[in-house]
Design a protein around this ligand. Structure first.
Ligand SMILES: *Cc1c(COP(=O)(O)O)cnc(C)c1O
Length: 457
């Protein structure tokens, strides 16, 4: 008789991964390199040193080393909230009356409420190792800023967070969590940087954007001795650290001999998805196994499904290197009524290359249907999901309903990246019936594409 699969498959602390997996090592077509925006030449180690910590640059540029050992100090921090559970969604399956088997990897079980802590502690650790005094970063709604605040507090590093002004004003709770952990939080754009002052002059009254906050954080890092800049998604190093999600998920599934057919994750900058799929994608790239991999993004910020694969600016102030990615253009800002997160204009270069080469697919979903899925999930599985995560829930439910039609008993794995306690304004809109779906027109998107740099690579 088949072994009964428990509701939660836990790994022991000893079974936690001892190394991160770098999927680039198994990619035939490597992700395109970052380019210097002035010379359009690939960024080298020395070019990146004023901005990033040395060890993180090594990780960023290394397309060949398959495994990076996780330092013991980082493993010690991970042990406070990892291994994270892999949950069999029996209750959701029952509710849907589907023959599909649904599993989710839950990353919301820490104060920051999301997977972002996995990379925050790694990045802060290497900064500390290098003897730096502090870090700068940007944050939108505050998940990344919160995670990094926790990591910096733990290691005794200073932290300056540039928080998108509209969030700073309208979402005070995460701001206060960050301050509780000792971070200095500035609404962006601010008059503390040249780029902030310039943007304020050009667009008085602007409520800010992620791209603008990135520019301010980078400028502050390069102009403050002993500081470096860190980013919570998109970069190769972040996907590397997030591979801990997929490695744990795979180890848990392997214990019971389970092989997923479909793997689903939400995609903002691509870090949780890149991390969840990493070891599975490795097998796929090496021809050892096949999986259907689906990225889910908001229809109001559709980088994969409607974006261009091109070199683009990572920020609004154009101070960062250029990255080749599926992008909507660095000036693209999703409609103000978009409540579901995942609002970055571009996508990880690694995932962009894998998508371009046909190793994964993508779909865009509308936010009201995302919140419907969130509500169903909360009521059946108990956990109040983050709106971002609920994009993956939407697609997982859709796949499970397809199985109901066809009778296929597919095994579905998705990433539940976080909890939604700080997103209750969005839930309020949904519950009040005032949430709408605004999808950019082709003309809207053309405006963003028009700002793409002319790079022939
Ligand atoms: C930041 C965030 C995301 C999206 O970021 P990725 O880099 O695409 O993973 C998804 N879910 C939650 C809960 C987040 O906080």
């Amino acid at each position: 008789m088949a072994q009964q699969i428990p509701y939660k498959i836990y790994l022991s602390e000893d079974e936690m991964p001892k190394a991160w997996y770098n999927v680039r090592a198994d990619m035939k077509n490597k992700p395109a390199p970052l380019l210097n925006p002035g010379t359009l030449e690939p960024m080298q180690f020395d070019d990146l040193r004023p901005v990033f910590c040395d060890e993180l640059i090594r990780q960023e540029l290394d397309n060949d080393t398959a495994y990076f050992e996780i330092p013991e100090e980082i493993r010690a921090f991970y042990r406070m909230y990892r291994p994270s559970p892999l949950v069999r969604a029996y209750c959701l399956e029952e509710k849907l009356q589907t023959p599909a088997k649904i599993y989710y990897k839950f990353e919301g079980n820490n104060t920051s409420g999301s997977h972002k802590l996995n990379s925050a502690i790694a990045q802060a650790y290497y900064a500390k190792q290098q003897g730096l005094k502090g870090l700068t970063t940007e944050t939108g709604a505050g998940q990344w800023g919160t995670a990094l605040s926790m990591a910096c507090a733990y290691l005794g590093l200073d932290l300056k967070v540039f928080m998108v002004k509209v969030s700073y004003e309208q979402k005070p709770f995460r701001r206060e969590v960050m301050r509780t952990y000792g971070a200095n939080v500035t609404p962006s754009p601010s008059n503390t940087t040249n780029v902030g002052r310039k943007i304020l002059e050009e667009f008085p009254g602007t409520t800010g954007s992620l791209g603008c906050a990135i520019s301010e954080a980078v400028e502050t890092a390069v102009s403050t001795p002993g500081y470096r800049y860190v980013l919570g998604s998109v970069l190769n190093q972040v996907l590397l650290h997030q591979s801990v999600i997929g490695l744990e998920a795979k180890a848990a599934l392997d214990k019971y001999g389970i092989k997923p057919d479909v793997i689903i994750g939400c995609a903002g900058g691509g870090s949780n998805l890149g991390g969840l799929i990493a070891p599975f994608m490795g097998e796929k790239l090496r021809g050892e196994a096949d999986y259907e991999i689906i990225a889910v993004e908001p229809a109001s910020c559709p980088s994969f499904t409607r974006g261009r694969y091109a070199y683009d600016f990572c920020d609004t102030g154009m101070v960062c290197p250029l990255a080749k990615m599926y992008t909507l253009g660095s000036s693209f800002i999703p409609s103000a009524n978009h409540a579901g997160g995942l609002r970055y204009h571009g996508m990880s270069s690694i995932l962009s290359q894998l998508y371009h080469d046909g190793y994964m697919t993508a779909r865009a979903v509308e936010q009201t249907s995302v919140f419907e899925a969130a509500e169903l999930f909360a009521r059946t599985e108990g956990t109040l999901p983050a709106p971002e995560s609920s994009h993956a829930i939407r697609a997982a439910i859709d796949e499970a309903l397809k199985c109901k039609q066809t009778g296929e008993e597919k095994t579905i794995l998705f990433g539940l990246t976080g909890t939604g306690y700080f997103d209750l304004k969005a839930y309020e809109q949904y519950n009040d019936g005032t949430m709408t779906d605004v999808i950019p027109t082709d003309e809207d998107l053309e405006k963003g594409f028009a700002g793409l740099p002319k790079v022939d690579k």
